[in-house]
Structure formats: C-alpha cells, structure tokens
Design a binder for this molecule. Sequence first.
Ligand code: DHK
Length: 184
Amino acid sequence: MPGSDRARGARLSPCPKSDYTDARRTSSFARKSEDMASSILILNGPNLNMLGRREPGIYGRASLDDIRDACVQKATALGLSADFRQSNHEGELVGWIQEAAGRFDGIIINAAAYTHTSVALRDALLAVALPAIEVHLSNIHAREDFRRHSYLGPAVRGMVAGFGAQSYLLAIDAIAHILNETTD
Ligand code: DHK
C-alpha cells in the first residue's frame, strides 16, 4: 500500500499478542524460553516503501506491506514478536536503533541505500550491541560496484542478500537461531 500511513509510516504493525501467545505454545523455540518473550525489530530504509512498483525486475513485485505480513507470520511461527518499520530518514533509523536497547532482543535491517553510505547507522548498531542481521532483496555483489560495500558489515552478525522477500524470512530464521543460542 505505497503512500499509505502503513507503508510510509513510523511503526507498522507489531505481532498481535494473541497470535504471538498461541505461537509460543507450539514452537520449539518458544518452549525453551516459556517465560521470556523474544522480540525483534525489523528496520527498512529509504525507498523500500515503494516496493512492488519500484524496479520490480530487481526488487520483485511484493509490496512492503506484503513483506511485513510475511515477516510477522514467520516471526509468530517461531515464537518471536516482530515490530516492522520503514523510514526514508537516516536520523529516524538511528533513533529507532538507539531506542531498541532494552526493548528488543535483536535487529534485522535493510538499510537500502544507507547501507552504502551510513557511518551513523553502523555506529548506532555497534552502540546498542544487539545481535543484528543485514538483509537485502537483491544480490548487492552482482550489481554496481558502489553497492558492493556495506558500512553495516562490521556491525552485524551476517548478511542475507539476493533472495527477494525470502531474504527477510531467512534472516528471521537466523536471528531466532542466535537468540535461541543466547537463551540456552
Ligand atoms: C535496496 C536498496 O534500496 C538499494 O539501495 C540497495 C537494497 C540494495 C536491496 O536489495 O534490498 O543497494
């Protein structure tokens, strides 16, 4: 829904509590930490609100709302709650990362173009020191040279790129694995 409050906005929908609670009863991840809910922050950078109509040959036909819904569903199935947000503003993304300390257990970030420019996002991720995973829809190593360098690389546990919307779901699997190890 490009242009809508949800696509443009600060806070897209968090995992509904009732779904989340049901998922915790059934997932093996959740059984290991019955009384500790893990929550992840999924951040999206500039122009990702235009997914679906933006260069679909590169970024696919799924809208950001489609990706959000798939992420919330995936996270819920793994017993995680997910807060999915998008901003076109670097400072807003920095603020959300700073606020994540103490509120979230991990971060998944597609910083989009800021991946290749932002020392501020890198420093924010290093400052909060939460486990973080970098995500890209496209294979940034198979495109223009300037996309091959990520400023976020040293601040994240790993990167998933090139699988379209599936990159986000693979990253949720990865962060669930990391958080599961952390709670062992
Ligand atoms: C998205 C963007 O907007 C680009 O600026 C990045 C990334 C790649 C992606 O593939 O998700 O270079």
